[in-house]
Ligand binder design. Structure first.
Ligand code: GAL
Length: 397
């Protein structure tokens, strides 16, 4: 892990030297900004090798912290490996992402890396890419189109399972008398991952709900009832305020709120801080290790986050892209040949783009971060540094 990050950081440093020497601005994330659809082309760090291939990197939005880190890592690593890159952020608007990808295709990209805003919303451009023979790596979120050549992500079901297990252990559901009150907040229905996160968590909690050890006072236990459009903090905040006003203003104790990710966790935490009358500390989960949430974890208002090392997700994506562009056979041997210092599984069974059409996947392993292990999990490997104020800052993005 340490070794990998050191390599990435070294690559980033040499990249900025090349960029400075060439008189270019070396701002990472140099793609289109929220609200625009102007892709920014990056020059290759090889000094203008015209044979270099061009990779289009389409990220969903800058408004969610993790995608800034993903975009930066991908851009830096591909450029350091000698590729031209085009990076875009599509402001969480499906139509804009369609346009951004269309532009990449017309600029002649050799390969596309796409983190979809709406996994069902890219059929036209995906079909265009397929017709042009351009391979597509579905990045982090699966695209529900058979032209998705490969999928690189984390084990999404396990993300939710880790959140559920954390709540189970924090409330000592197997030994304490209970009952306990808890609520759920899930992610964006357009994001194929969101259902996996929710199901992983619900599979842990359901036996306790069925036995009456856990009570969901709102009665909202179905994904559609607890989903959060575009993972927005404000949407999660609104729903949490409604739930608190309707079901907890009678003085009922709220013990836990399982949130699928950090942006929704921020909204729920704010609602609890402002509107919950109880004095107990509520167990709250999250995902991504966003800086604001790591701050809340340190301060004790959020309990945990599931961290996904996006720097490593970018490493897998780069090695996979190289293999695809070299015409290599892609299978589990990519992992054995890679020398990666982190775990990754080759999975040809779990993800389907359409019924019956399996998408070969490379799945990394998520990890639980709490106040107690934050430094060991995030600072020691170099993903974050400790700022002057004592809170963690991401080293990239
Ligand atoms: C998911 C992703 C999560 C989180 C969420 C909100 O697709 O896997 O890590 O970032 O989107 O953007």
């Amino acid at each position: 892990m340490k070794k990998t990050l050191a390599l990435i950081l070294a690559a980033c440093m040499s990249l900025s030297l090349v960029a400075c020497g060439g008189g270019n601005s070396s701002t990472p994330n140099n793609g289109s900004q929220a609200g625009t659809s102007q892709p920014a082309s990056s020059q290759p760090s090889t000094g203008g090798d015209t044979s270099a291939k061009t990779v289009g990197i389409s990220m969903p939005t800058k408004s969610l912290e993790r995608w800034n880190r993903d975009g930066a890592y991908l851009d830096e690593q591909f450029k350091a490996a000698g590729y031209n890159t085009i990076v875009t952020y599509s402001d969480n608007k499906n139509e804009q992402q369609v346009n951004d990808i269309q532009n990449m295709l017309s600029q002649g990209v050799d390969l596309l890396i796409i983190a979809a805003i709406d996994g069902n919303g890219l059929n036209t451009v995906m079909n265009d890419a397929g017709a042009a023979g351009i391979p597509v790596i579905a990045y982090d979120r699966l695209i529900m189109n058979d032209n998705s050549s490969y999928y690189v992500s984390f084990d999404n079901y396990t993300v939710g399972k880790l959140q559920g297990e954390y709540v189970r252990d924090a409330l000592q559901l197997d030994s304490a008398a209970g009952p306990f009150n808890m609520e759920f907040t899930a992610g964006d229905p357009a994001d194929n991952n969101a259902g996996y996160f929710f199901n992983g968590a619900m599979d842990v909690m359901k036996p306790y709900i069925d036995s009456g050890k856990v009570i969901v006072k709102s009665g909202q236990t179905a994904f559609d009832q607890v989903a959060t459009d575009q993972w927005q903090t404000d949407v999660a905040l609104d729903r949490a305020q409604n739930v608190l006003a309707s079901y907890y203003s009678d003085g009922s104790q709220l013990d836990a709120w399982l949130c699928s990710n950090d942006s929704t966790s921020l909204g729920v935490t704010q609602a609890i801080t402002q509107d919950y009358a109880g004095s107990n500390s509520v167990v709250i989960t999250g995902q991504d290790g966003d800086e604001a949430n790591l701050r809340n974890i340190k301060d004790g208002t959020q309990s945990m986050t599931v961290y996904k090392a996006v720097a490593n997700e970018a490493v897998v994506t780069l090695d996979l892209a190289k293999a695809i562009l070299n015409g290599d056979t892609i299978d589990a041997s990519l992992i054995s040949a890679s020398g990666w210092s982190f775990d990754c599984a080759y999975d040809t069974d779990s993800y389907e783009t359409t019924p019956g059409n399996k998408c070969p996947s490379f799945l990394l392993v998520p990890d639980v971060v709490t106040a107690d292990n934050m430094e060991e999990k995030l600072v020691t490997p170099g993903y974050y540094t400790v700022g002057d104020d004592g809170y963690l800052k991401a080293t990239n993005g």
